[in-house]
Write a protein that binds this ligand. Structure first.
Ligand code: G3P
Length: 217
């Protein structure tokens, strides 16, 4: 299972890249706004920090304008993945871009039928938003289960990129279901290493080691 960082914060991405656990990055207009950085500049910088896909989102709503924006974005770096919204124009753009080898992430997916359309449009990634689904009284993980079933039924190669991940429980359930990728805030990725018994164990081992009076180096 791949881990993408859902952020445009350079320092956090650099820190994660250094752990060897980072497989890519996703951004969106809200994250770019939060970073306070120039979109093109920060996207280029992020592309240099990982070899994996870096999602950069178009903001146009019609197909022709999306294609124009995608043209600019895909020149940033070879690992740019164009993010388009799950609308008919977005799907049309997805089909056109993937047709000539560009990676496309279809975002803002809230139903399994939408995910089916994205796969038919040749999407590289489909981004179902589990957290926002939960916020609205649905079970986000049921959506991931349905998409996995449908994609497996037809051997679609579109990767399920679980988005709007809010906590470790979302990651665990995504892994159980067999989602391909989870994109999450850097803090959630780092939190996966936490366990109170790990901390307690280290404390105990170190206390006993000190009593031996030895050192390794
Ligand atoms: O990048 C899209 C998605 O992950 C957004 O998450 O927390 O704003 O619902 P969130």
């Amino acid at each position: 299972m791949k881990f993408f960082a859902d952020t445009a914060e350079i320092d956090a991405i650099r820190e994660l890249a250094a752990t060897g656990l980072l497989d890519g990055v996703t951004t969106n207009p809200s994250l770019i706004h939060k970073s306070g950085r120039d979109f093109m500049e920060v996207t280029k910088e992020i592309c240099g920090l990982t070899d994996g896909p870096v999602s950069a989102e178009v903001v146009a709503l019609d197909h022709e304008s999306m294609m124009r924006e995608a043209e600019v974005l895909r020149k940033i770096a070879d690992n740019v993945c164009i993010k388009v919204p799950l609308t008919i124009d977005g799907l049309k753009t997805c089909k056109a871009l993937t047709g000539d080898g560009t990676m496309v992430n279809v975002t803002l997916c809230f139903s399994a039928n939408q995910a089916l359309l994205a796969a038919k449009a040749g999407a590289t990634f489909i981004s179902p938003f589990v957290g926002r689904h939960d916020d609205n009284g649905f079970d986000g993980m049921d959506l991931i289960r349905d998409i996995r079933l449908i994609y497996d039924n037809y051997a679609f190669e579109t990767e399920i990129l679980v988005a709007s991940v809010r906590h470790a429980g979302h990651v665990l359930e995504s892994a159980r279901i067999g989602a391909d990728v989870a994109t999450m805030p850097p803090g959630v990725i780092l939190s996966l290493a936490n366990h109170v018994l790990t901390d307690k164990g280290i404390e105990g081992f170190l206390a006993d080691w000190e009593k031996t009076g030895q050192s390794i180096v």
